[in-house]
Structures are given as structure tokens and as C-alpha cells.
Design a protein around this ligand. Structure first.
Ligand code: NDP
Length: 314
């Protein structure tokens, strides 16, 4: 990991475990390219890989991990319980472990990948729909039950930490009533256009580490083209991607940039110290009216994010 100043290389989870501040994302990393990308990244210094069952490439991710030659215990591997496995977390976990070819995960996030239980049917094991085309969502499902199963998984030793993803404050407030284990992380979309200040304060108070997904704005890295971000990059003599990734590490959140391109994989692990002036400028981009959530899957479910249905990120 290239850290150009005295920024941390790891954050500490509420379990006491260390988590590398930058991890390689693997969503939309195609099976034909992700194996090489993961192996390259690990040989290049990455120690943190972010995977998920729904990405349908965990087998190749696992091959890349083994190709790297770096021992498993030196790596931090995350995966996520998919929505069709909310009622049987152990089965979802086992599918992921088998695909990745590992005995354990450092972090099983996500109650899951999303706080929405999907009921698999003949249309799909992963993204089932009803006869009318709407998502096959089980609205009566109690997410507390999935979390209880996640807590059970901790006791098996097959996961070292458990967390959530895409959880808004109202959902966390509800889960808090019954959780015995506080989630170690909340993996959410996070970048200057969706800074989620209120959620950050809430998670900070509970000791839940934020992980920033889509830090570059997802496919095509559209945030790199923003003129203010580009200006901050020019001022600091780095690429816009470095600013977008460093933004999180400076604010105490993990960044998960995805790339299958060796040059970009290498450059994305560079993190610089940002001035408070730059952080304030980045923090306030969304408030200027440019707030934008990029990932809004139509679950047909109110997920409780204030910004879910339009601009106005807090
Ligand atoms: P990112 O914001 O990481 O952007 C990825 C895109 O940026 C790709 O098109 C990539 O192309 C391009 N890119 C990467 N680095 C550079 C660079 N230095 N210069 C120019 N372009 C670049 O998007 P993601 O949405 O993939 O988010 C990152 C990760 O977060 C995911 O891969 C996944 O692991 C996780 N995630 C989790 C979600 C959840 O629900 N929990 C939802 C979404 C993401 P190329 O590969 O060709 O370099």
C-alpha cells in the first residue's frame, strides 16, 4: 500500500481486528479478467479484497487469491450474504466459502448485502421476480432473524467479523433493539456527492466502521470528471482518483475502488494526506445541490435513506 504520509494503513474494527484502509472491489469484474486482477493487486501490495456472492465471480476471485502466492492469513477477505439467503445465512456463507476456496472470511458483511429479503423462485436463484415483474420481496421478513443467524456464524469461526451493507439509520435503530453483536461495518455508497454525514455520525457513535463503495462513482468513474475534484487533484499533483480514495481514508472510512486494469489497480492504492480545506471543499460538494446516489436498485422497498429518491444527501 502506498501511503504518502503518516496516514494509517489499517483501521481497527470493533472486534479488535485490523482492516486495510483500501480494498479491491470486484463488482462487475468479469470472470475472464478478475482472476488476473486479484492476483496482480495482491502481488502489488493489496491485502484486502471485497467480494460478494451476487457478483457471480467468487470462484475466479478465489483463484486470483491463490495465484498471488500470498498466504491466506495475510489477507483480509470480505463477502456478503445475498438477499435470497436471509433465511439461511449458513447456506449463503458456505456457497461463498466454497466458491472462494477458503475456510473463513475476515468479514461477512451485510445483513447483508441489502436489508431486503428476496424469495428465490423459478425465475431466478439470485434476482427473482413475481409474475407481474416486480421483485419477489418478502416484506414480512424480520431482519433481526437474519442478524441472529449472522451472530451464530461468528461462533462457527467461519467468519471473523459480521457487518451490514446499505443500512440506513432507521434500519440500524430497529436492529439495535435486538442485536447482541454490533455490526463491525456498514458498507454504503459514499463519495463527495453522497457524503452521508448523518449516517457517518451515527455509525461513529456506535463504533461501526464505514466502508465506501463506488468511491469513483461506479462504472466509468464519472466523479473523476468533476471540475472541483479535478482542481483539488491538480493542486495536490495527483490524479482525481487519488483524491476520491484519499478522501475516505482521511475521514476514517475504508475505500473500495474496483479496477481490473493493472495500472489503475496500482495507482488506486496511493493515498495522500488532504488538508482540512480540501476535505471541507469535498464534504460540501453535495450540499451545493449536486448530491447524487448512483446505486438505486429498485427493490420496491423504502430503505430509509433520506437521499434515496433524489438529491438532498445529508
Ligand atoms: P468504483 O467507484 O470503484 O468505480 C469502478 C469504475 O472505475 C470501473 O469502471 C473502473 O474501470 C474505473 N476505474 C477504477 N480506477 C480507475 C482509475 N484510477 N482511473 C479511471 N477509472 C478507474 O465502482 P464500484 O461500483 O465497482 O464500487 C467499488 C466496489 O464497492 C465494488 O466493486 C464492490 O466491491 C463494492 N460495492 C458494494 C456494493 C454493496 O451493495 N455493498 C454496491 C456497489 C459496489 P476499470 O476496471 O476498467 O479500471
Amino acid at each position: 500500500m502506498t501511503i504518502t504520509t503518516n496516514l494509517p494503513i489499517h483501521f481497527t474494527l470493533n472486534t479488535g481486528a485490523k482492516i486495510p484502509v483500501v480494498g479491491l472491489g470486484t463488482w462487475k469484474s468479469e470472470p475472464g479478467e478478475v482472476r488476473q486482477a486479484v492476483a496482480y493487486a495482491i502481488r502489488d501490495g493489496y491485502r484486502h479484497i471485497d467480494a460478494a456472492l451476487i457478483y457471480q465471480n467468487e470462484e475466479e476471485v478465489g483463484q486470483g487469491i491463490r495465484d498471488s502466492g500470498v498466504p491466506r492469513e495475510e489477507l483480509f477477505i470480505t463477502s456478503k450474504l445475498w438477499n435470497t439467503h436471509h433465511a439461511n445465512a449458513a447456506e449463503g456463507l458456505q456457497k461463498t466459502l466454497d466458491a472462494l476456496g477458503t475456510d473463513y472470511l475476515d468479514l461477512y458483511a451485510s445483513l447483508v448485502h441489502w436489508p431486503v429479503r428476496l424469495v428465490a423462485n423459478e425465475t431466478s436463484e439470485l434476482l427473482p421476480v413475481n409474475p407481474d415483474g416486480s421483485r419477489s420481496v418478502d416484506r414480512s421478513w424480520d431482519q433481526a432473524e437474519t442478524w441472529r443467524q449472522m451472530e451464530d456464524l461468528l461462533r462457527t469461526g467461519k467468519v471473523k467479523a459480521i457487518g451490514v451493507a446499505n443500512w440506513s439509520i432507521p434500519y440500524l435503530e430497529e436492529l439495535k433493539k435486538t442485536w447482541k453483536v454490533t455490526p463491525a461495518v456498514n458498507q454504503v455508497e459514499l463519495h463527495p456527492f453522497l457524503p452521508q454525514h448523518a449516517l457517518r455520525r451515527y455509525c461513529d457513535e456506535l463504533g461501526i466502521l464505514l466502508q465506501a463503495y463506488s468511491p469513483l462513482g461506479s462504472t466509468g468513474a464519472p466523479l473523476m470528471a468533476d471540475s472541483e475534484i479535478a482542481a483539488i487533484a491538480t493542486k495536490n499533483g495527483v490524479a482525481p482518483a487519488t483524491i476520491l480514495i484519499s478522501y475516505h481514508v482521511n475521514k476514517g472510512a475504508v475505500a473500495l475502488p474496483k479496477s481490473v486494469n493493472p495500472k489503475r489497480i496500482s495507482s488506486n492504492k496511493k493515498v495522500i494526506r488532504l488538508s482540512s480545506e480540501d476535505i471541507t471543499a469535498l464534504d460540501s460538494l453535495a450540499a451545493k445541490g449536486w448530491a447524487k446516489r448512483i446505486n438505486t436498485p429498485l427493490w420496491g422497498h423504502d430503505l430509509g435513506f433520506d437521499d434515496w429518491y433524489g438529491p438532498g444527501a445529508k
